[in-house]
Design a protein around this ligand. Structure first.
Ligand code: ADP
Ligand code: MG
Length: 261
């Protein structure tokens, strides 16, 4: 699956901080009941990094990124997001959710609210932003994802690609420092994949720290500074895209790449 996006080479704005750690995961383990789903995960993400996570279905990719904004709990090890350690303290979870935006495969928009209402709900009710300001911000982000004319429609009246762009705009309205994407294009028809990837490329160009679970390897080559390969709950290998694709080290990575490229 290789979809060409608008840019040819990473622009210079996509710089990685030497000093500011966005996410640090140390010796993290997670179980679902007796099933050991994540094993000894160590991962440090610097501010400005664009990380693509790939791996077979069931390898734990979604679980890993869901742990980062505490949609899932881990049982062992540490997860520190922008200096906030994820513990059972609910106040800290709210703090983290404010820093981290997430976009899901199935958009997860509220079907009974208009696009504009989907975008302003959290800024008004979670942030206490005045309605007019929230709407102005929402319109700015709808312009950025190139669908301001859809503001008063309901999600069901939009195409899948438009709905996913609304979902991205909705996350951005909360002004996150980190964006997590869980297979954001895998529920889309092929002709809509590019319009969503282009939005993600532009976000990367603006310096957003991003972790994207995706099998769009064209996107990985263009945007990622690091590709991480997971299998059976472990990070098996990680490298910059050129090396990862041209010279994978592990048999499981080679097999996976031979199946998807
Ligand atoms: P991926 O995103 O790589 O496909 P997931 O993180 O969704 O993998 O799932 C990893 C493994 O954990 C799979 O075997 C899956 O069946 C299992 N799993 C996922 N969510 C749950 C859950 N809520 N309860 C029990 N097992 C789960
Ligand atoms: Mg998944």
């Amino acid at each position: 699956m290789t979809v060409q996006t608008d840019i040819a080479a990473p622009p210079s704005k996509m710089t990685v901080s030497d000093t500011h750690v966005a996410i640090e995961i140390r010796k993290m383990n997670k179980w679902y009941g007796s099933f050991h789903v994540l094993r000894d995960i160590d991962l440090k993400v610097m501010q400005g990094e664009r990380i693509v996570i790939a791996g077979p279905s069931g390898s734990g990719k979604s679980t890993l990124i869901r742990c980062i904004n505490r949609l899932e709990e881990h049982q062992e090890g540490d997860i520190i997001v922008d200096g906030i350690e994820l513990t059972n303290d609910l106040r800290r979870i709210d703090e983290v959710r404010r820093e981290v935006g997430m976009v899901f495969q199935h958009f997860n928009l509220f079907p009974h609210l208009t696009v504009l209402q989907n975008l302003t709900l959290a800024p008004i009710w979670v942030r206490g932003m005045p309605k007019a300001e929230a709407e102005a911000t929402a319109m700015q982000y709808l312009e950025r994802v190139k669908i301001p004319e859809q503001a008063n429609k309901f999600p069901g009246q939009l195409s899948g690609g438009q709905q996913q762009r609304v979902a991205i705009a909705r996350s951005l309205c909360m002004n996150p420092k980190i964006m997590l994407f869980d297979e954001p294009t895998s529920a889309l028809d092929p002709e809509m994949i590019k319009e969503v990837l282009d939005v993600m490329v532009h976000l990367a160009e603006e310096g957003m720290t991003m972790i994207c679970v995706t099998h769009e390897m064209g996107f990985a080559r263009q945007v990622a500074n690091r590709v991480i390969f997971m299998d059976q709950g472990q990070i098996i290998e990680q490298d910059e895209p050129e090396k990862f694709f041209s010279n994978p080290q592990h048999e499981r990575t080679k097999l996976f790449l031979s199946q998807i490229l």
